[in-house]
Structure formats: structure tokens, C-alpha cells
Design a protein around this ligand. Structure first.
Ligand code: FES
Length: 116
């Protein structure tokens, strides 16, 4: 694991999000309610992009494809593939529930850093 500078500290205002490439990984940076998060940019369900996912009232990022939900801070699975009704349940059986990888993030020296 090593810290990598990815963006200027003021690059993400509240509600902002951006995908950055670090090595061979694409990481989604989010500013949710003025707190920064770094998560894998790919949903662990079917490896589809999670960039447009909404964040619900419980602080979970909800994939827009089959609505799997993950705690934005820990990546813990809160719901696994509940959508669409019926079909989602079948899809959920195709792959075991997996957490969303999350990464330490900090602001220092005028930049955002993440630890991979
Ligand atoms: S790809 Fe994200 S829930 Fe299916």
C-alpha cells in the first residue's frame, strides 16, 4: 500500500465525483456532504461502472443497475442485487455477495491522496 496524490484538494466540491486512474485501477472519488470517499469504480456484482450510483439516506452507495448497496465508508454490503424484482433475485444467485473495495483518503499539502 502506498499513498498517491490524485487531485487538488479543492477539485471536488460537495456532491462532486470523479474517477481517477491509479496504476491499473480506476477509483471513484466522492465528496458526500463535505466528506471525501474513495471506492472502486466498478460494482462487484457484474463489474459495471458505479460512477452514477446514488447515495441513500443511510449513507450507502446504490448501484444504478441492480441496486446493490454498499456502505460508502466501509464498502459493506447493505443489499445485494434486489432489482428488478424476481429477476434480481436470480441474478443475485449468479454471484456471491462481495463488498465494494474502499480506500483510505486524506487531504494534505493542498492535494487529495489515496492509499492503494
Ligand atoms: S452491476 Fe451493480 S448491482 Fe448489478
Amino acid at each position: 500500500m502506498s499513498w498517491t496524490k490524485v487531485l487538488a484538494a479543492d477539485a471536488l466540491s460537495s456532491g462532486g465525483r470523479q474517477v481517477v486512474k491509479v496504476g491499473d485501477r480506476n477509483i471513484l472519488l466522492l465528496n458526500h456532504e463535505n466528506k471525501l470517499y474513495a471506492v472502486d469504480s466498478i460494482c462487484p456484482h457484474l463489474k459495471l461502472p458505479i460512477k452514477k450510483a446514488k447515495i441513500n439516506e443511510e449513507g450507502a452507495i446504490v448501484c444504478s443497475f441492480h441496486r446493490s448497496a454498499f456502505d460508502i465508508g466501509t464498502g459493506e454490503v447493505k443489499a445485494w442485487c434486489p432489482w428488478p424484482p424476481g429477476v434480481g433475485k436470480l441474478l443475485s444467485m449468479v454471484s456471491e455477495a462481495k463488498s465494494l473495495p474502499v480506500f483510505p483518503i486524506r487531504v494534505e499539502e493542498g492535494s487529495i491522496w489515496i492509499d492503494l
